[in-house]
Design a protein. Sequence first.
Length: 325
Amino acid sequence: MNEIRKQLLHELLKSRGFVSGEELSQKLSVSRTAIWKHIEELRKEGYQIEAVRKQGYRLVAEPKSLSPSSIISHLQTTWLGQNLHYFEEVESTQTIAHRLAREGAPSGNVVLADHQQAGKGRLGRSWFSPKGTGLWMSLLIRPHIPLTSVPQLTLLTSVAVLRAVKQLVSIPLHIKWPNDVLCGQKKVAGILTELDAEADRVGYVIIGIGINVNQQEEEFPTELRTKATSLRIEAQKALSRKELAIAILQEWEKLYGLYEQSGFGPVKTLWEAHTCSLGQHIVARTPHGQVEGIARGITDEGVLLLEDGQGTMHKIYSADIETLS
Ligand code: BTX
C-alpha cells in the first residue's frame, strides 16, 4: 500500500473525530489536494470517510472486505505481512507467491485472495477455496535453516493458526500431524509448505494457509461435508476474516522470533500440547508405502516417529495419517 495512504489511514484511525485537511497535509508533508486524492482512493477501497467543510475528514467505517490497507493499518508486526498483495480472484496464492519470490521479493511478503479457482493441497490434491468466506493466504519466507528443518515451519504454522483462532473464538481445536487443524474429526484448516532449494540450502519457503472461516455446511461440496468444517459452523457465529488474518500474521511472527532465538524446542513443546496425533495407533500412507504403528513423538526436525508392531521406529517425513483407534 502507498506509504502516504498508510499514514493517512493511521491518522484517521487514531483520531475519533474530524481531522482537518490542513493538519493532515502538515503531518504527512503533502498538499491538501494530495490528501483529498488519497481519501478518494481509500473510499474506492470501501472506507466510509465523511468530509465536512471547515472540519475536515472523519473515518466512519472500515471496509468489510479483506482490503490490504485495512489489514496493514491494524497489523502489529515488524516485517511479516507489511508487504501484502491482495487479489479478488487467483488460481492459487502459492503460484503468485512463488513468482514474487523468483522476482526477488523479500521475506515477509504475503499473498492473500478472496477466492482461489485452483487452490492447491499437498501431493497434487486440490483445496476448495470459495469466494468471500475463507482465508486463503501464502507467506514468503527466506529462512536461514537447513533443508531438513523445513518441516518445523509447517508445525510452527499449525501452532500459529491454532493460537490465532483461539484469540477470536473459543472452540476445541487440535493439530493432526503434519498439517491439519481439526475441530473434532473435521478439518478446519490446512497448511501447504513448498520450497525452493539448491543442494542443501533453502532458497525460500512458501507457506500456504487455508482456513474455512464463514462457510455454512451446505456450501461445502457433498464429498467434503463429512471431513470439512468451518469456524462459523463450530462457533455458531460469523467471524472477521480480517481479524483472523491479523491474528495469524502476528502469532506467526512472534513464534518465528522465538524459533530463531531458541530453536525448535519451545515450538515443539507448544505443538505437542495441541496435537491429537501422539500416542495414537495410526496408519501412515507415505509416497513409499504404508506403515502402521503407534505415533511416539516428533523429532527435533519435526519428523513423526512411528513404532510398528515389531518395535522398529520409522521416521515419517511426509504422509497422510489415519487414526485406527
Ligand atoms: P491436504 O492435501 O492435506 O488436504 C487436501 C484434502 O483436503 C483434499 O483432497 C480434500 O479431501 C480436503 N479438502 C479440500 N478442500 C478443503 C477445505 N476447504 N476444507 C477442508 N478440507 C478440504 C492441505 O492439503 C493444504 C491446503 C493448503 C491450502 C492453502 S490456501 C492458500 C494456499 N494457496 C493454495 O493454493 N493452497 C494454500
